[in-house]
Design a protein around this ligand. Structure first.
Ligand code: ZN
Length: 233
């Protein structure tokens, strides 16, 4: 059986992008919404057919329509666009005549130069700001935990906010720069704690809680607002 990986289907609630996935590990057919792509992801176990997937989709058409309608629209980097920076609402302002570069003026991200370069400039600015912030927070947490990260990189990871390799290399999503400081604090503490414990055991969590008071609030924030951050840029 052939599965088109992604297609637009007209469901009772309106057209929807549907992504079909095959999974060796799945026990049953499941539906979920991918907030980044704005698609319904249907996961089929090896033996399930597309017909069964379509049936589940139809049975849950109302839920799918409601969830898709509730997704925030994508926020491209453009003049007038609004995005959070360290948890505070900011607006991008294109100022062609301004001095070279990108700078913050109150709640505005002021971008000079040609309009064509604006998205790239904003992206570079946010990555640099993410790097500066996360390096600072990681340094404080690492000192408290008496560990030494080998290297810190900031990239566009979509599935994880942070990671820690056994080499001691920490990586973070640049998108954390948009989150409130307490969330940045928690994610940094989490990855730094992995430099001591490469697992999620009780001693790991005890160290995380020693390093940050924000674990519960940050996890809840990422759960409800994280998907929105994936739609920016
Ligand atoms: Zn972890």
């Amino acid at each position: 059986m052939n599965l088109a990986q992604s297609e637009i289907l007209s469901l009772p609630g309106g057209p929807a992008r549907v992504e079909w996935r095959r999974s060796r590990r799945a026990r049953r057919i499941s539906l979920r919404i991918d907030p980044r792509g704005g698609a319904v992801v249907v996961t089929l176990p090896l033996r399930a057919g597309r017909t069964a997937g379509m049936a589940l989709l139809m049975d849950n058409a109302d839920w799918v329509a409601r969830r898709l309608a509730a997704l925030p629209g994508p926020v491209p980097f453009a003049d007038g666009a609004r995005l959070p920076l360290h948890g505070l609402d900011h607006r991008i302002r294109h100022a062609p005549e301004a001095r070279a570069g990108v700078r913050l003026e109150g709640r505005e991200i002021v971008v000079s130069g040609e309009a064509a370069f604006l998205p790239r400039r904003v992206a570079d600015f946010l990555r640099a700001e993410a790097r500066r912030t996360l390096c600072e927070v990681v340094a404080a947490k690492a000192a408290a935990a008496q560990v030494h990260p080998a290297r810190i990189t900031v990239k566009d990871t979509r599935s994880r906010w942070g990671s820690c390799a056994s080499s001691g290399h920490l990586a973070f999503s640049w998108r954390l720069v948009m989150a409130p400081p307490m969330v940045q604090d928690y994610v940094a503490a989490h990855e730094v704690a992995h430099l001591r414990h490469m697992n999620h055991g009780p001693r790991f969590w005890a160290l995380v809680d020693d390093l940050t008071p924000h674990r519960a609030a940050a996890v809840a924030w990422l759960h409800s607002h994280g998907p929105r951050l994936l739609r920016v840029g």
